[in-house]
Design a protein around this ligand. Structure first.
Ligand code: TPP
Ligand code: MG
Length: 887
């Protein structure tokens, strides 16, 4: 009992009796029974009116007491040696990369603190995919990658040459700085180095595995998702933002290991507090199983002696800043500053040498403690587990960085540092080799090597490994979307409605329908998808435990264990994480899933852009549907809803293919082509397609336009042979303004127009840039011409493009437009009003298209400038109106 407690204890004999009674229950009936009795007493006290304060924390000791630790199997001596070699090689590869060029480098301190945490997993828990098991999924800390490489090197999966080319990726033999599937597609599975993304993706991955299981699409039973986080990383909102979903969904298949080395990049994570306790409260409150692994076995005898709880009290009162500082000093310092605070504690360690005190280890460096924690985590049946492992950042780096504030980025180790590291871990290298950072690999027939290979063989093979073995899907012909190809006649509809029809048709497809994963973030009704609730069901791991309010209606809110729709609630990051899990199922689960995630386009890339970038890295395949797109098309919503730049952002992701269709048939052609590319050809691209909520009638598909729709530009309507002629381009809803402008030009100004539907300025630009590049590098061969140039060849008159996006979008193709090119767009903040008003404000309505066309003709000397002024007047345009960019 602590000194404070003693002071308030008014009857110590009574206290002792209660404690003895409890001890007897623990001894005779076990800890569970004791827990039960305590809960009953607390309940009784509360009912009797006691206002007991709630504490989500437990004492600052290991959750698993020594006598309940599962003993560790295997040969610890061998494992320890293997681990030291991995430590050495990981450090050496970083130092060597930095010596090769000071521009390169990497991180030593993170893996140094985490080596045991990874090793126990590799040696005892993580199963690779095999005939017996689907494989566990490991989200490792991005900047701990040297440790992963160092193990793979010992295993013979990476060569010395590859190790020597850490972070030298350009010529093809090097190893990725961080886990990047794009750059090492047979190795890494999950890009985690942008902090917070690994944690949230791991939660939705674990949930998606339940979905696959419940829908009978893959056997994911007994497979686990393990995610490693830094304690600093938990400050990212994405890290902790979805933890309650994990417990709500009872994701017993999820284990997080938070490496609590108490430091982040700049300094301590919670210098003035205790990060472990803060996290414990968060996770316990959210319903996770929390296992604290704070102290190593050398502390056990001291804790056993701590009958009055003073040592525990000291452990609790010392803040993380001091905890870190101790490990940067020595045993004498710890004796004086930690134990020395209380004479009783000082006496407790009086017969220990300074070296003995220094050896008192942190839990995360103790294989026995870590094993026991992992074992307990792997046995959970009804909730996710978080292991809070206390470690030392830069463990073993000594003067070169151990527990020092600057250790995170330390990568310059001199000869003395290297030799000290060698000595610390008994690496069998002479001084010269150690100073040079020579890798150490024991002989193939050594006990260590045999042991390491045997462990992985037992667990199904080597990890990490990324596979790409899913069977392609059989994609329906374009004709399955006949209702969209035929035109809507008099019926006015939006492309969002068309999308819902398309998705419905696809879900009914006998062959691939079941692989479709519709995802919505509490926005299904917005997009008219509520009919799908009943048809497909909303996935719920427990089915539907209530009578839905609208049960009597045809389209009632149906939750179902085998439901197909993922209704993610108001959570774009979570929805995107689900989409990523589905879009990479071909690799993680061997089955091609076809996710369609529809959302307000404004809450797309600019909200979850970093996840979208990670999706590109992971070679995700699927559809993102940016609905209610366009800055003037989503009327009445205003500045924070109207998207005029999502397409530009989509274009920044190299393998994201994006389109802005106007008509239903365009949408159908684009989706069918995407299905073919991604799920039959299994190309590593994903699609971003905008849809709109403006209703209008849709023409039937003209003949022979499919290929050009896919390329991004096709002739929608050919104009007449008048002397004056212009080329008009548009996309999305603004194409309709362009079409109306063509009519005005002819009627009012006797100007003919060819009308082009530009389904993708992004694709046009990429293709044209590729042609340019080829031409630059092949100066002696016949030049390639871009699709834009081919389309415009032989056409008369200036080109005018108008879109519902910022001008940069259509402006991208300027270089390949052989004539004068005018671009209208919606630069500036949006605002709420009617579409007509908004298009007037942003100057993208039919009148402005006409003005732009006339001005281009005037500038070319085909019209007097007075005609333009006349038109401005005729259409009631105020030439002094404020520029919408600044309005
Ligand atoms: C989103 C994001 N922000 C910042 C960084 C840069 N960064 C890399 S590691 C690091 C510190 C990590 O500290 P912690 O999470 O505690 O991990 P440790 O290395 O201590 O295990 C930072 C800030 C990043 N990779 N991603
Ligand atoms: Mg840390």
């Amino acid at each position: 009992m602590s000194a404070q407690m003693k002071e308030i204890d008014v009857d110590s004999i009574e206290t002792q009796e209660w404690i003895e009674a409890l001890e007897s229950v623990i001894e005779n009936e076990g800890i569970e029974r004791a827990h039960f009795l305590l809960e009953q007493m607390i309940d009784k006290a509360r009912r009797s009116g006691a206002n007991l304060p709630y504490s989500a924390n437990t004492a600052y000791v290991n959750t698993i007491p020594p006598h309940l630790e599962t003993p560790m199997p295997g040969d610890q001596g061998l494992e320890d040696r293997i681990r030291t070699y991995i430590r050495w090689n990981a450090m050496a590869m970083v130092v060597k990369a930095n010596r090769y060029s000071s521009e390169l480098g990497g991180h030593i301190a993170t893996f140094a603190s985490a080596a045991t945490l990874y090793d126990i997993g590799y040696n005892h828990f993580w199963r690779a995919p095999s005939h017996q098991h689907g494989g566990d999924l490991i989200y490792s800390q991005g900047h701990a990658s040297p440790g992963t490489y160092a193990r793979a090197f010992l295993e013979g999966r990476l060569s010395e040459e590859q190790m020597d080319h850490f972070r030298q990726e350009v010529d093809g033999k090097g190893l990725s700085s961080y886990p990047h599937p794009w750059l090492m597609p047979d190795f890494w599975q999950f890009p985690t180095v942008s902090m917070g993304l690994g944690p949230i993706m791991s939660i939705y991955q674990a949930r998606f595995m339940k979905y696959l299981q419940d829908r009978g699409l893959a056997d994911t039973r007994n497979r686990k998702v393990w995610a490693f986080l830094g304690d600093g990383e938990t400050d990212e909102p994405e890290s902790l933002g979805a933890i309650s979903l994990a417990s709500r969904e009872k994701l017993e298949n999820l284990v997080w290991v938070v490496n609590c080395n108490l430091q982040r990049l700049d300094g301590p994570v919670r210098g003035n507090g205790k990060i472990v306790q803060e996290l414990e409260a968060n996770f316990r409150g959210a319903g996770w199983k929390v296992i604290k692994v704070l102290w190593g076995s050398y502390w056990d005898p001291l804790l056993a002696k701590d009958k009055d709880g003073l040592l525990q009290q000291r452990m609790m009162e010392v803040v993380d800043g001091d905890m870190q500082n101790y490990k940067s000093k020595d045993g004498a310092y710890v004796r004086e500053h930690f134990f020395g605070k209380y004479p009783e504690l000082k006496a407790m360690v009086a017969n220990m040498s300074d070296e003995d005190i220094w050896r008192l280890n942190r839990g995360g460096h103790d294989p026995y403690k870590v094993y026991a924690a992992y074992k307990l985590a792997s046995e959970q049946t009804d909730r996710p587990t978080v292991i809070l492992a206390q470690t030392v950042k830069g463990y073993g780096m000594g003067a070169a960085g151990e527990a020092q504030n600057r250790t995170h980025s330390q990568k310059k180790l001199g000869a003395d540092d290297m030799i000290a590291f060698r000595d610390r871990f008994y690496i069998p290298l002479n001084d010269e080799d150690a100073a040079a950072g020579k890798y150490f690999k024991p002989a193939e027939d050594s006990e260590e090597m045999k042991y390491m290979h045997a462990r992985r063989k037992e667990l199904g093979g080597y990890m990490p490994a990324r596979s790409n073995l899913a069977a392609p899907l059989e994609i329906p012909e374009l004709s399955i979307f006949e209702p969209l190809l035929a035109g809507s006649g008099d019926k006015e509809m939006s492309t969002t409605m068309a999308y819902v029809r398309l998705l419905t048709i696809l879900c009914r497809d006998k062959k691939m329908g079941k692989n479709v994963v519709p995802i919505v973030p509490d926005e299904a009704r917005t997009f008219g998808m509520e009919g799908m609730f009943r048809q497909l069901g909303i996935y719920s791991s427990v089915g539907q435990l209530y009578t839905p309010q609208d049960k009597s209606e045809i389209m009632f809110y149906k939750e179902d264990k085998s439901g197909q729709i993922l209704e993610e609630g108001i959570n774009e990051a979570g929805s995107m994480s689900s989409w990523i899990a589905a879009a990479t199922a071909y690799s993680s689960h061997g089955v091609n899933m076809v996710p369609f995630y529809i959302y307000y386009s404004m809450f797309g890339f600019q909200r979850i852009g970093d996840l979208a970038w990670a999706a590109g890295d992971m070679q995700a395949r699927g559809f993102l549907i940016g609905a209610t797109a366009g800055r003037t098309t989503l009327a009445g919503e205003g500045l924070q809803h109207q998207d005029g730049h999502g397409l530009i952002m989509a274009g920044t992701i190299p393998n994201c293919v994006s389109y802005d269709p106007t008509f239903n048939y365009e949408l159908a052609v684009i989706v069918q082509n995407g299905l073919h590319r991604m799920f039959a050809e299994q190309e590593n691209v994903f699609y971003y397609i905008t849809t709109m909520n403006e209703n209008y009638s849709h023409p039937a598909m003209p003949k022979g336009v499919e290929d050009d729709i896919v390329k991004g530009l096709y002739l929608f309507r050919s104009g007449g042979k008048k002397k004056k002629k212009v080329q008009l381009m548009g996309c999305g809803t603004i194409l309709r303004e362009v079409i109306a402008a063509a009519d005005l030009l002819e009627e009012d100004w006797s100007v003919d127009s060819d009308i082009w539907s530009a389904t993708s300025f992004n694709e046009l630009t990429r293709e044209a840039q590729a042609a340019d590049r080829w031409n630059r590098l092949h100066p002696l061969e016949d030049a390639k011409t871009s699709h834009v140039e081919q389309c415009l060849k032989g056409r008369r008159g200036p080109v005018i493009a108008a879109t519902d996006y910022i001008r940069n979008y259509a402006d991208q193709i300027r270089k390949w437009v052989p004539v004068r090119y005018e671009v209208l767009g919606t630069d500036g903040f949006g605002r709420s009003d009617t579409r007509q008003q908004l298009r007037k404000h942003f100057e993208v309505n039919k009148y402005h298209v006409v003005i732009a066309a006339l001005k281009a003709l005037a500038d070319e000397g085909q019209l007097p400038a007075g005609k333009v002024a006349e038109a401005i007047k005729k259409y009631g345009i105020d030439p002094e109106k404020i520029n919408p960019l600044y309005a």
